[in-house]
Design a protein around this ligand. Structure first.
Ligand code: GTP
Ligand code: MG
Length: 370
């Protein structure tokens, strides 16, 4: 450790530099505010002033989620996370609505109010599936760019009358880049002008080879309007999910990914969190991106308040200190002090990043003067 100047330490402790100099003088050290003191002396000063020591090196402050591996025996099966993608108007929302209609748990068909952009469907066999509605592919690629690969399976919706369109191809490329298995849902098959075979042929041009043509990509002919082919689609998703043996440890401090976040006029910062592992509970203290918080309430996809959310479950979380970014990770921590420490550290790092680009020219200016 290189040490710290007295002034910088004073700033971090929110004390006056001169007071630190005085204290150091009493300890037998003659220094000015601009001089650097070593770490031991700094720590002594911090305790002397009645503050807690917060280390600022990455290793000490940052939460190392990667090193925090769950033991194999703690892992339990979790629902697959399925993202629906496709060209505008190809029936993505209609298909989602239709699938929600097959949710035997709620028994509600169609018009369920969608409170969050992610929800769960229970199959006839009682299995849960998590669906993500990413409006446009930007959200998908933005999250991926931020290192958050939340999707296990992509369902590509292609309208059988319209065929492959620019955003279809974009979706194919995103899916390939993410290395996520894809299932093609050829929609609007009820239309007289529907030509599903042409869709399969055009997919070949983009190296998406369906099973009928000797490939490995599963495809299903559906009609969101007539609600046909939906069971088949669910079955194929479940089959794919089984192959992947998706698992997570539900009995640990929760970790989740921000799917979307906003500042709600009445409720303050609100984030839709997809739990990755552990179980998120009301009252849990957490860090999310550069913000700390405490779970005040959680709302599920049906608009109901819930007390807990396990792996692959999407929930709206209230009680954030600020609005995080899509793709940010939420980590539950021991206490509020720890949450603030990590959040403050991340804010400092972000500020440093934002300000390091400009000062280079400053330095150049000074060296030019010398
Ligand atoms: P964006 O959200 O704008 O990207 O569109 P989308 O992909 O969600 O399409 P949406 O579900 O809004 O459907 C677009 C239009 O296609 C609507 O008028 C639907 O009624 C119609 N549509 C969707 N699915 C089907 C289908 O299976 N058959 C027929 N005939 N029409 C459908
Ligand atoms: Mg839509």
């Amino acid at each position: 450790p290189e040490g710290i100047t007295v002034q910088e330490l004073a700033n971090r402790m929110a004390e006056k530099g001169a007071d630190l100099v005085k204290a150091l003088f009493k300890m037998g050290m003659m220094v000015t505010v601009n001089q650097t003191i070593d770490q031991d002396t700094a720590e002594l000063l911090v305790t002397e002033f009645g503050h807690n020591i917060q280390r600022v090196s990455d290793a000490d402050v940052e939460i190392d989620t990667e090193a925090d591996v769950d033991a194999p025996e703690t892992l339990k099966a979790r629902p697959p996370v399925v993202t629906i993608m496709g060209h505008v108007d190809h029936g993505k929302t209609s298909l989602l609505d239709a699938l929600r209609g097959t949710d035997v748990a709620t028994g509600e068909a169609g018009g369920i109010t969608q409170h969050i952009g992610a929800y769960q469907v229970k199959t006839k066999g009682g299995d849960l599936l998590t669906f993500l509605d990413t409006p446009g592919h930007e959200a998908f690629s933005e999250m991926r760019a931020r290192g958050a690969n939340v999707t296990d399976i992509v369902v590509l919706v292609v309208a059988a009358d319209d065929g492959l369109m620019p955003q279809t191809i974009e979706a194919i490329n995103h899916t390939k880049a993410a290395g996520v298995p894809m299932i093609v849902a050829i929609n609007k098959c009820d239309k007289p002008e529907a030509n599903p075979q042409k869709v399969r042929e055009r997919l070949l041009e983009h190296e998406v080879i369906v099973e009928d043509m000797g490939g490995e990509t599963q495809d299903v002919e559906v009609s969101a309007l007539k609600r046909t082919g939906l069971d088949d689609l669910i079955e194929k998703i479940m089959l794919q999910a089984e192959l992947m043996e998706l698992k997570a440890n539900p009995d640990r401090a929760a970790e989740g990914t921000v799917i979307e976040a906003k500042l709600d006029k009445g409720r303050g910062p609100v984030a839709t969190i997809l739990v990755k592992r552990g179980t998120l509970k009301v009252g849990d203290v957490f860090v999310v991106g550069e913000h700390s918080g405490k779970v005040r309430a959680m709302v599920n996809d049906k608009g109901q308040n819930v007390k807990e959310a396990g792996p692959s479950m999407p929930v709206e979380v209230l009680g954030l200190g600020g609005v995080p970014l899509a793709g940010d990770l939420l980590s539950v921590v021991e206490n509020e002090a720890r949450a603030r420490e990590v959040a403050t550290y991340r804010q400092e790092q972000a500020t440093k990043k934002r300000t390091t680009a400009a000062p280079t020219s400053f330095e150049n200016m000074f060296s030019a003067l010398n």
